[in-house]
Design a protein around this ligand. Structure first.
Ligand SMILES: [Zn+2]
Length: 61
């Protein structure tokens, strides 16, 4: 499956592990984090993830 980077238009190749996936994929060309959701090998949703995590809940570890 391929997705198109929303930022630079590069085709990002995803292997079968992403056929049912929800989460972040990084464009290798421009480094944009894309938030995708796939189902049965089809892209259901894609958007550019917030590049600056400020304001999100702090991660305690
Ligand atoms: Zn890109």
């Amino acid at each position: 499956m391929k997705i198109i980077c929303l930022s630079c238009g590069h085709k990002v190749e995803l292997d079968d592990a992403y056929d049912d996936f929800e989460g972040l994929v990084k464009c290798v060309v421009c480094g944009t984090m894309l938030e995708i959701k796939t189902e049965e090998g089809k892209l259901k949703a894609i958007k550019v993830a917030d590049p600056d995590p400020r304001g999100s809940q702090a991660q305690e570890n």
